[in-house]
Design a protein. Structure first.
Length: 514
């Protein structure tokens, strides 16, 4: 990363939209990093930030145990924008009054701007809709601040101290429900902080490739490639930096989607310069899973066997040098909630067995959000099918075959799933769906084909829409598409005579069936 890169600090006070704030800043080609409110003022001074955003948070500023910050931060000469709790905190730090309101303001609220020439409200009309979510409110703005907007229940919806470049808004500009939220953040970045907007993925690639070349020198790098977006983009970046010094280990446990293993192999052997090692262990996996029907036991066996095979191969490849992983920014962010020293544990950060020794671990994507990783992937020439791949669980089709897993069942499910995905893509609705796949329940049903009675597998199809995968709604796929899917699966996939569509939302259902 180049030294001149301008940066915005998102100071995390425990709010739920903190990553969203950083992403929205980056949408403007300005680099933003999130730090917990426990970061020291010296670290902030050293980092040379162009601006600081105080995030929201669930606490009350007048509670002495709530997250606060050294008042000196407002005197560093760095522009500040406070959002929600951050807005109240600025008021509290500057001797304004924050109180508990009798009624909370929650949802879409009409806001009126009273200072139309405020830099932060450039291109924002006098009346617009904002997203509010607060119970405390600023009952009296600090003396050195001017109130610049209000709503019916909130006398201070925005305030500013122009001289010190400190701005604060009670609402959330980062969520799409705030009509002119994008403009407000943009105004802070370009009108107040005077950013140039130099965070571009082309520049990221150039700088990262140069840094990787320098760090790796003539040593070797080993990367575990899953075929998912993150490890694929990490592989492509490393390939560009060091070519054949890179070895990618791809474990195909036979539970991927139809032809997916071959597609991954072809992509990385034909389009990129590297050593590609594929370990095919589908047969062993199925034999280890023989007779196992309990979902948790299946998951455990698949996970354990995968890492056994994977680390054994890595052990063979490790000759000093570096181990690389496709860890991305959300896997690394320290949280501003509670114990701020803890880094979130995540499946992308794998624990290496102690006997495997590398000089260091390289994580070339650890500064990027998923949408940025995808952009880098596209720029590096990774095929769209891989870059825009929908989420796929680590245990693969293992969690989509209910009951015992057999080779025959894997084939039935792969074929049915391929038909479903093909029809969704052809019908042009794939972009509207967050995830869509087939499931093979442990059920056979009676049917009739021609003059014959059949007794065959049932296939369930599942498609959901979601923003965060924590909650999800079943997708309202048009009946004519569902009808084509059902008819093609029954005609083209052997041993299937019935198709059902899963209309369960999450909660109470989960997205996967196991
Ligand atoms: P559930 O089924 O819990 O899934 O609603 C939420 C999202 O997580 C994916 N998923 C997994 N991803 N390893 C993963 O990497 C897993 O074991 C796993 N289980 C579920 C699922 O596909 C959905 O996107």
């Amino acid at each position: 990363m180049s030294l001149e890169l301008e940066k915005i600090l998102v100071l995390d006070f425990g709010g739920q939209y903190n990553q969203l704030i950083a992403r929205r800043v980056r949408d403007n080609n300005v680099y933003a990093e999130i730090k917990p409110y426990t970061v020291s003022i010296d670290e902030i001074k050293e980092a040379d930030y162009k601006g600081i955003i105080f995030t929201g948070g669930p606490n009350s500023v007048y509670d002495m145990n709530s997250p606060h910050y050294d008042k000196e931060i407002l005197n560093l000469g760095i522009p500040v924008l406070g959002i929600c709790y951050g807005c109240q905190l600025i008021s509290w730090m500057c001797d304004g009054k924050v109180e508990n309101a009798t009624t909370s303001e929650y949802g879409k609220i009409e806001m009126t701007v009273t200072k139309n020439d405020s830099l932060i409200f450039k291109n924002v009309p006098t009346d617009s809709v904002v997203w509010m979510s607060h119970t405390d409110y600023i009952s009296q703005a600090p003396k050195c601040f001017e109130i610049t907007a209000h709503s019916a229940d909130c006398p201070c919806a925005a305030m500013e101290n122009v001289e010190k470049n400190i701005y604060a808004v009670q609402f959330h500009p980062e969520v799409t429900h705030t009509q002119f939220g994008k403009d407000i953040l943009k105004n802070f970045l370009f009108e107040v902080c005077k950013c140039a907007g130099n965070w571009q993925m082309e520049g990221f690639i150039e700088n990262t490739v140069a840094a990787l070349k320098k760090k790796i020198g003539d040593k070797k790098v080993v990367l575990g490639l899953s075929g998912g977006v993150d490890s694929s983009v990490a592989a492509a970046l490393l390939s560009k930096a060091v070519g054949k010094q890179l070895t990618c280990v791809f474990v195909d446990q036979g539970l991927m989607r139809k032809d997916e293993g071959d597609f991954v192999e072809q992509t990385f052997t034909k389009l990129f310069d590297m050593n590609f090692v594929r370990v095919n262990c589908g047969e062993e996996f199925v034999s280890k899973l023989k007779g196992i029907t309990d979902p948790e036991k299946k998951r455990k066996i698949i996970g354990r066997e995968f890492y056994n095979v994977f680390w054994n191969k890595i052990r063979e490849e490790a000759e000093g040098g570096f181990f690389a992983q496709g860890t991305i920014y959300p896997d690394c962010i320290e949280s501003g909630k509670g114990d701020a020293d803890k880094i979130k544990t995540h499946h992308n950060k794998v624990k290496m067995p102690d006997d495997i020794k590398f000089d260091d671990v390289i994580e070339p994507l650890c500064d990027l959000f998923k949408d940025e990783v995808r952009k880098v992937g596209e720029l590096l020439g990774i095929p769209k099918e891989l870059v825009w791949r929908q989420p796929f669980p680590g245990p693969g089709l293992g969690v989509r075959i209910i009951g015992e897993i057999t080779q025959d069942k894997i084939k039935v499910l792969q074929d049915a799933d391929a038909v479903f995905r093909d029809e969704i893509e052809k019908s042009g609705i794939s972009q509207e769906l967050s995830q869509y796949f087939a499931v093979l329940p442990d059920v056979k049903t009676v049917g009739v084909m021609g003059d014959h009675r059949t007794y065959d597998h049932l296939i369930a199809i599942r498609a959901v829409t979601t923003d965060d995968f924590m909650t999800a709604d079943f997708a309202k796929i048009p009946y004519d598409v569902l009808s084509r899917v059902a008819s093609r699966i029954i005609n083209e996939v052997e041993n299937v005579n019935r198709v059902v569509y899963d209309i369960t939302s999450k909660p109470p259902g989960t997205i996967e069936w196991e």
